[in-house]
Write a protein that binds this ligand. Structure first.
Ligand SMILES: Cc1cc2nc3c(=O)[nH]c(=O)nc-3n(C[C@H](O)[C@H](O)[C@H](O)COP(=O)(O)OP(=O)(O)OC[C@H]3O[C@@H](n4cnc5c(N)ncnc54)[C@H](O)[C@@H]3O)c2cc1C
Ligand code: FES
Length: 284
């Protein structure tokens, strides 16, 4: 007797994305003092949505989640990595020709919409905002990109955003906490100014959770929908291990990009707590 597989195409596409594949780095570009963009060829990432992520294996070190910062129909794919610990630092020491492992792309990304939109990136959170903005330039009636960093040395992708936005109705607003470039202070003060002066149709955000929580509170106050890309410890990346759980949500599978409605459902934990490496709930 013959048995037939009845897997749906969604299941089998996750299965093939979950198979670890090795890629050779085509290039490594220094973006600022702690951040580099790594480029490689990957056919599965060709059709990824902005905001989706890869599980990146650094041989002998660890495997960590990193968002796609470059998506292209020819398969030339990029990730932008900030060196904060062992794995991200080891990744940023890689050179052209070195090999890394990848699984993915995983999760739900950003959904581009028409109308007046704000794109808010804090630090390396600007990475996934590049492919998102590439899609928005063909759809949105106005795009405001807001970038918040600690100081001028941490600025990221200014030229890239300027190029992308040069032919569309747009604005770019930079803030630095020390006032060394653009507006002094937190990006959220500029967000509030914008929301109090213009009708906005959608806010997209990625960055430190404290920033995104503040953005979400403002968006609720001004009744503007939000799409926010959350970070949690991730191991499996496909909804099995539970290490990324927040409320009823598995950030790797249901997110990492969550809508206002999903954010409301986790309001007791969003911006307040997360699971640590042992699975214990700790303060943000
Ligand atoms: C869906 C998703 C997408 C992500 N996309 C990106 C991306 O595009 N680029 C990128 O650089 N990172 C991204 N991250 C974060 C990245 O996965 C972590 O920075 C990485 O796992 C840290 O691993 P590590 O071994 O280098 O540091 P660890 O050894 O785990 O941590 C070392 C120290 O750094 C601190 N730390 C850990 N993570 C962060 C952080 N994110 N920011 C500041 N301090 C931190 C820890 O608290 C610890 O003190 C993403 C995370 C998720 C969940
Ligand atoms: S990382 Fe395992 S369930 Fe999300």
């Amino acid at each position: 007797m013959q048995f037939h597989s009845h897997k749906c195409s969604h299941e089998s596409s996750i299965e093939s994305a979950n198979r670890m594949r090795t890629v050779q780095l085509l290039g490594v570009k220094e973006e600022n003092c702690t951040t580099k963009t790594l480029t490689f060829q990957d056919n599965l990432s060709k059709t990824a949505d902005p905001g989706q992520f890869l599980m990146v294996w650094i041989p002998g070190v660890d495997e960590i989640p990193i968002s796609l910062s470059g998506i292209s129909s020819d398969g030339v794919t990029s990730i932008t990595v900030n060196a904060v610990g062992d794995a991200s630092s080891a990744l940023n020491q890689k050179k052209k020709g070195d090999v890394i492992g990848i699984r993915g792309p995983f999760g739900h990304g950003f959904v581009p919409v028409k109308g007046n939109v704000i794109v808010i990136g804090g630090g390396t959170g600007l990475g996934p905002m590049l492919p998102l903005t590439e899609m928005l330039v063909d759809m949105a009636s106005k795009i405001t990109v807001m970038s918040g960093v600690k100081c001028q040395d941490n600025l990221l992708f200014l030229d890239r955003f300027t190029d992308l936005l040069c032919d569309v109705n747009s604005e770019t607003i930079c803030t630095t906490e020390d006032g060394s470039y653009g507006f002094e202070g937190l990006v959220t003060s500029q967000v509030e100014k914008k929301l109090s002066s213009e009708h906005v149709d959608m806010i997209y955000t990625c960055g430190p959770e404290a920033m995104m929580y503040h953005v979400f509170r403002l968006a609720e106050q001004y009744k503007v929908p939000v799409q926010a890309s959350l970070e949690r410890i991730m191991r499996c990346g496909i909804g099995l291990c539970g290490s990324c759980v927040i409320g009823e949500i598995r950030v790797c599978k249901d997110g990492p990009v969550l809508t206002s409605e999903q954010l409301r459902s986790i309001k007791d934990e969003f911006g307040k707590s997360r699971l640590d490496w042992t699975g214990k709930k700790v303060k943000q």
